[in-house]
Write a protein that binds this ligand. Structure first.
Ligand code: FES
Length: 82
């Protein structure tokens, strides 16, 4: 297993350039009222970061059409080695 692979018990969140937050691993997702999304069978999913998705909180690909631009890079001291 490489350093960037996710252990079965870990959660990995990747800030995608000009796009979503990719979430991988065993997580539960709730709204502000405590309602939970059924993520059964979804080992990974993407959360909208641009605010334009019609399927919030999930990304529906609209970021690519609306001109969303945000590239966030972790400081090199904490960035994983590839
Ligand atoms: S980040 Fe993909 S639709 Fe918003």
């Amino acid at each position: 297993m490489t350093e960037n692979q996710v252990q079965p018990t870990e959660v990995k969140i990747t800030v995608r350039p000009n796009g979503s937050l990719r979430v991988e691993g065993p997580v539960r997702l709730f709204d502000a009222n405590g309602g939970e999304w059924d993520l059964t069978g979804k080992p990974a999913f993407s959360l909208c970061r641009c605010g334009q998705s019609s399927n919030k909180p999930f990304c529906d690909g609209t970021h690519a059409k609306c001109g969303f631009e945000s590239v966030v890079i972790a400081p090199s001291a904490t960035a994983p080695q590839s």
